[in-house]
Structures are given as structure tokens and as C-alpha cells.
Design a protein around this ligand. Sequence first.
Ligand code: ZN
Length: 152
Amino acid sequence: MTEKKPRWKSVSIPVEVWEKAKEAIESGELDMYHTPSELIIDAARRRIEELEKIKVVAEEYELSEEDVKRMARMEHTNVANVNGKTLIAVKDRTDGRIYDVFLSRSPHGQLRIFCDGDKSFDCAHVKYVRYIIIPKLNELIEYYRKKKKKEE
Ligand SMILES: [Zn+2]
């Protein structure tokens, strides 16, 4: 007799997280989900997809395993314009800090990416912005450009 592999596993989450998920669904803001479980499953799926994306990028640009680990712990939290430079704030769960990463143009027009926290042009935060965030921003810009064109 073969044993059936269970299709579901249970996990425990803090009540506070469950209630926030429930509120967001019931308020209609996240009404694409029917239950907190659906929302939480989607959140986990997105994180795993993000990691897959980082791995693909890491292979393409020959980044180290350490870079992959660091980048998987990052998320961009804000984009702002500061004195003519674009600032991308990156939260790094390795140390819980927010790193300010600035984009600017060199006198020759080349894109420069500088991490103010590390005073570096090639730390893990710079790589995260260069290989993960900028392509994502470009996708968004392209999306809104097409959408605007359609509306005209
Ligand atoms: Zn850095």
C-alpha cells in the first residue's frame, strides 16, 4: 500500500500578522485574496521568485554565492530625488540598516551607482540596485509609457 503524500503543511504565524492580512482583505485593498492563507502563500511565492531572479542574474553576471545570499536579504524601500541625484534606499536584513544608494551620471554620461553607507561603487547594495532594482524600474517605466500611449 502506498502512502499518499500530504498536499498541505501547517505553519504558525503571529496572530498580529494574521489579523493584518485579514484586515487588508476585508477592507477590499487586497480583495484578490479570499483568505489570509492565500495572501501569505502569495507573499512566500513572491519571495521565492525573487530569489530565483537573483540567482539568474548572479549566473549572468558571475556574482558570488555570498552576493546571492546578501541580495536575497535586501529590499528597496524608497526612491527619491536628492540634489539632482536619484536615491534608492535599500533595507539590508543582514544588519537591519537602510543603505542610501545614489545614481548619477559621470561627465561622460555613464551611470554611476554609489553606496553611501559603504562608500563603495561595488558593494552588495550597489550590485542589488544595478542588477535587480534598475531592471525592475525600467520595466515599470516601460509599462507606464505604453499605458500612457494607449490612453492618448
Ligand atoms: Zn553598500
